[in-house]
Write a new protein. Structure first.
Length: 236
C-alpha cells in the first residue's frame, strides 16, 4: 500500500511485523524492470483470477483452487507495490496514492462480485459485505487527509488476514464435503432462500464490518467534535 506524504501508517495486525520483513525481502529481490505500477497490475490480475475462480466454481468445487491462487497473487502485487517504491527510494506520494487506492477499490468490487456470483454466497449478501468494506475504505481515506493517519488494520485485522481467512474457508469447502453440501432454507419476508455455510459466514462478516464501521464512526466523530467544537455566531 502507498501512503500520501506525511500520513502516519498504523498497522497493528497479528502478522504485520512478520509480513513487513517478508515484503522488504521480496522487494529487494525484484528485478529492476519490475516497477510499483507492475505490482499494482499484478494485484489486479490476482483479484480477477480470484473472482473467476469463485464464478467458475459453479462448474465444480475444484475451481476454488484458482480463487486461492488469485488471492495469493493479489496479496503479492497489492502488498509489494508500495514496499517496492519505499525500498528503492522511488516513492510518488500523490500519483502512488491515487493509483493504489483507486485500484484497491476496483479490486474489492471485482472480488466481492465474484463471491456473489458463486454457488456459495447469495449476491445480495456479497454486495452487503462489499458496502461495509467500502465504508471502511472511505473512512480510512478520509482520516488520511483529516488526521494524517493511514490506518491499515481494524480490530487487529487487515487485508492480509482477510485473504488468509477466505483461503481457509475455500480449503474447508474443498476438503470437507459435508460442509460444502450443507444447505438451509431461510424464509425472508415471504421469500425462501437456500443458504450455505458460506452464506452464514458472509453474514457474520457483514455484521462484523457493520459493527466496526459504526464504532469507528462514533470514535472519529467524537475526536473531530473535540478538535473542532461548535462556534458561536456573531451577536447582533
Amino acid at each position: 500500500m502507498t501512503e500520501i506524504k506525511q500520513a502516519k501508517r498504523i498497522q497493528t495486525s497479528f502478522i504485520s511485523a512478520l509480513e513487513k520483513k517478508a515484503l522488504v525481502w521480496l522487494a529487494s529481490k525484484q528485478p529492476q524492470w519490475i516497477t510499483s505500477d507492475t505490482m499494482t497490475f499484478i494485484g489486479f490480475i490476482g483479484s480477477v483470477l480470484s473472482a473467476a475462480g469463485f464464478m467458475l466454481s459453479n462448474l465444480g468445487v475444484n475451481w476454488l483452487w484458482l480463487t486461492i491462487f488469485g488471492l495469493i497473487v493479489n496479496w503479492y502485487g497489492d502488498s509489494l507495490d508500495g514496499t517496492l517504491a519505499r525500498v528503492r527510494g522511488a516513492q510518488r506520494p500523490i500519483y502512488g496514492y491515487y493509483l493504489d487506492h483507486t485500484m484497491d477499490i476496483l479490486n474489492e468490487i471485482v472480488m466481492f462480485i465474484g463471491v456473489g456470483l458463486s454457488p456459495w454466497v447469495h449476491l445480495n449478501v456479497a454486495l452487503l459485505a462489499l458496502t461495509f468494506y467500502l465504508v471502511l475504505t472511505a473512512v480510512q481515506n478520509i482520516n488520511v487527509h483529516l488526521r494524517q493517519e493511514f490506518n491499515l488494520t481494524y480490530a487487529k485485522l487487515g487485508p492480509t488476514e482477510f485473504r488468509i481467512f477466505v483461503i481457509l474457508i475455500c480449503l474447508m469447502f474443498l476438503f470437507i464435503r459435508p460442509v460444502r453440501e450443507y444447505t438451509h432454507l431461510v424464509n425472508f419476508f415471504g421469500r425462501v432462500y437456500t443458504f450455505t455455510i458460506f452464506d452464514y459466514i458472509a453474514m457474520v462478516i457483514v455484521a462484523a464490518l457493520a459493527i466496526i464501521s459504526f464504532s469507528y464512526f462514533i470514535k472519529d466523530l467524537r475526536y473531530y467534535a473535540k478538535i473542532d467544537p461548535p462556534k458561536q455566531g456573531l451577536k447582533k
